[in-house]
Design a protein around this ligand. Structure first.
Ligand code: SF4
Length: 223
């Protein structure tokens, strides 16, 4: 690498997949954008979900005891989800787990949740609060966390059985087993990022980017 990025995060990989030039603006040039309202709401939900799960993880209460008064719809959905199958078989092993690795490439990230099956396998679960289902992005993110988890020094004794997303806004649960195709595509993308020297704009800029990218004027008009 000729530029100063010590670790790749999931968001960085997603941004690069959206547009290499955008990646350059944000992570190499260090230009800033403010979080959208939706991003801020997503952060609030992540914090609330962690608050809810912590006493369960410590064994202080069971799932049924964890009613929360005056929660909003996302948390209502989340509590119902928490009490449903397959969660009743699983033990929350860790939440908001910060991991970093240097091999096979430098990555870091925070896994929302790791759950243990009675059989000694784990599920990696990600909370998503967007209004859209973006299966390709979800798969990329989940395999990012799988690579991170499997190459970290923690939790190595529990193999990954499933990768899952829960979206409390849509009340949708998605789960599947890891697959080689998604993992290989992600690994190729990571190598591509580390070897990229040009960070080209994506194609069809005028059609696709206007109104969609904070850096449109800088990128397209040069102002
Ligand atoms: S305006 Fe389009 S091409 Fe330029 S950085 Fe943004 S997304 Fe990429």
């Amino acid at each position: 690498m000729t530029y100063d990025i010590q670790y790749l995060t999931k968001s960085m990989v997603q941004t690069y997949s959206r547009c290499p030039r955008l990646f350059k603006y944000l992570y190499i040039d260090g230009l800033k954008v403010e979080d959208s309202i939706q991003a801020q709401l997503g952060k609030i939900f992540h914090e609330a979900a962690q608050y809810f799960l912590e006493p369960i993880r410590k064994g202080e209460v069971n799932h049924i005891d964890c009613g929360i008064e005056q929660v909003n719809q996302w948390l209502d959905n989340f509590i119902l989800f928490e009490n449903s199958s397959p969660n009743d078989m699983l033990t929350p092993l860790a939440t908001e787990v910060e991991l970093s690795i240097n091999e096979p490439f430098p990555l870091k990230g925070i896994i929302d949740r790791i759950d243990l099956y009675p059989t000694g396998y784990v599920r990696i679960l990600e909370y998503k609060t967007s209004q859209k289902i973006t299966l390709t992005d979800w798969r990329r993110e989940l395999h990012f966390y799988k690579i991170l988890y499997e190459n970290s020094e923690d939790f190595y004794e529990y193999p990954v059985k499933t990768l899952a997303v829960y979206n409390p806004r849509l009340n949708i649960y998605f789960e599947e087993q890891p697959n080689k195709k998604s993992e290989s595509a992600l690994i190729n993308k990571i190598y591509q990022i580390f070897s990229d020297k040009t960070f080209k704009m994506k194609k069809s800029v005028e059609d696709v980017c206007a109104g969609m990218c904070e850096f449109y004027d800088l990128c397209v008009r040069g102002v």
